[in-house]
Ligand binder design. Structure first.
Ligand SMILES: Cc1ncc(COP(=O)(O)O)c(C=O)c1O
Length: 387
């Protein structure tokens, strides 16, 4: 078989393709972590992470996937009697509500139809009606629907009402604009295996001063492992983590962040936006419809609706047979949509391949479309960008 697990194009929303430089960095011999040598690597990682997160606030790195950082956000800040406005609209917006309830706080859900973005006035309405809400959570780039929520606009409202704003940037940080300090985000979380380009297993959290005020005043933090007070103490004392870190992943992250900064923040975001534009135009040229509400399309992932009669499993198996892995829909979107991620080192070559293979597979499974039209449309996007 030509295309196997080691030789396939991952266009899934994490893990994504990782650069060989990152794998090489991870393959080096593991050194002990309570040493000046490791501390240097780790401290550099934290400062590069701050640069990529566009923040001067504290940033901590957990051993754990992105959800570990989400867990930390709620465990450290939210007390059992607190009211939290959880903006839903997809699987990951909903995850905040699940974690909120896990820690015994009162979740006030703001339901949004999957595929639509939250609008600022919806948030103001709830905050006016429920003035004792203390926290607002949101998923910036909702991976289950490929919707980019207007976090900058929502931050204006949460700031005006004096709420603590907690944002999941797991599929936006490193791929699209996120400015926590400028916008007024108190807690921002992300994960290694998406736009940051490092294999799965690290969760990052940015903690701003207003969140620290709350964390510092709490009598007890109901977590031993993701306890931010312990993380801050260990870092301030000796630039370390309280427990053994995932040393090989830190080596990988160091290389991945170095590559991001070599490319440059602005260039990287512009590249991700260009790739997203090419995917959208290419897929539309294949007669597929984008799920996300117009004007709120994600720049790191695209969700496409299946046309009538196209079977999800036949399509995705066909894609895989030709060496390209894409993701299906989640929850009630299962079988109705598929999702392609364009994160990290996905660029022109991969987008053109994706669209060529998608055109071929659609025809193979009986959908009448102009099979090369996706490639042509994407080429036009790239050519226009040269001008
Ligand atoms: C937006 C978003 N939030 C949270 C998560 C959960 O992250 P993890 O699977 O790394 O725990 C994901 C994973 O796909 C995601 O895309």
């Amino acid at each position: 078989m030509v295309y196997d697990e080691e030789n396939i194009l991952l266009m899934t929303p994490g893990p994504v393709p990782f650069h060989p430089r990152v794998y090489r960095a991870m393959s080096r011999t593991v050194f002990h972590h309570r040493t000046p040598e490791y501390r240097k690597t780790f401290t550099e990682c934290v400062s590069m992470m701050k640069e990529v997160m566009q923040t001067r606030n504290d940033v901590f790195i957990f051993t754990g996937s992105g959800t570990s950082a989400m867990d930390a956000a709620i465990a450290n800040c939210v007390s059992p009697d607190d009211k939290v406005l959880n903006i839903l609209g997809g699987k990951f917006g909903e995850r905040w509500a699940e974690i909120t309830e896990t820690f015994g706080a009162k979740s006030i859900p703001l339901d949004i139809e999957w595929g639509k973005a939250v609008k600022p006035e919806m948030v103001s309405d709830v905050l006016r009606k429920e003035p004792d809400i203390k926290f607002v959570t949101i998923c910036h780039n909702e991976t289950s629907t490929a919707v980019l929520n207007p976090v900058q606009e929502i931050a204006k409202i949460t700031s005006k009402h004096g709420k603590i704003f907690i944002v999941d940037g797991i599929t936006s940080v490193g791929g699209d604009y996120v400015y926590p300090d400028k916008w007024g985000i108190d807690i921002l979380v992300t994960g290694s295996q998406k736009c940051l380009g490092c294999p799965p297993g690290l969760g990052m959290i940015m903690v701003g001063p207003r969140a620290w005020d709350i964390i510092n005043k709490r009598k007890r933090i109901p977590s031993y492992y993701v306890n931010l007070r312990a993380y801050k103490k260990a870092f301030e004392k000796s630039s370390e983590t309280p427990n053994t870190p995932a040393i090989s992943l830190i080596y990988g992250l160091h290389e991945a962040l170095t590559m991001i900064l070599e490319e440059g923040y602005e260039n990287r975001v512009r590249r991700h936006r260009l790739m997203a534009d090419a995917v959208r135009k290419g897929m539309e040229a294949l007669d597929l419809q984008i799920l996300a509400e117009k004007g709120y399309e994600s720049n790191t992932i695209t969700a496409l609706k299946y046309p009538e009669g196209i079977d999800d499993s036949a399509f995705r198996k066909g894609m895989q047979k030709h060496g390209t892995l894409v993701a299906g829909g989640q929850n009630h979107h299962k079988g109705k949509i598929f999702r392609v991620a364009h994160m990290n080192i996905i660029a022109e070559r991969e987008i053109l391949l994706l669209l060529a293979v998608a055109g071929l597979v659609l025809r193979e499974i009986g959908f009448e479309c102009e099979s090369g039209a996706g490639v042509s449309a994407a080429q036009e996007v790239f050519l226009k960008n040269l001008k």
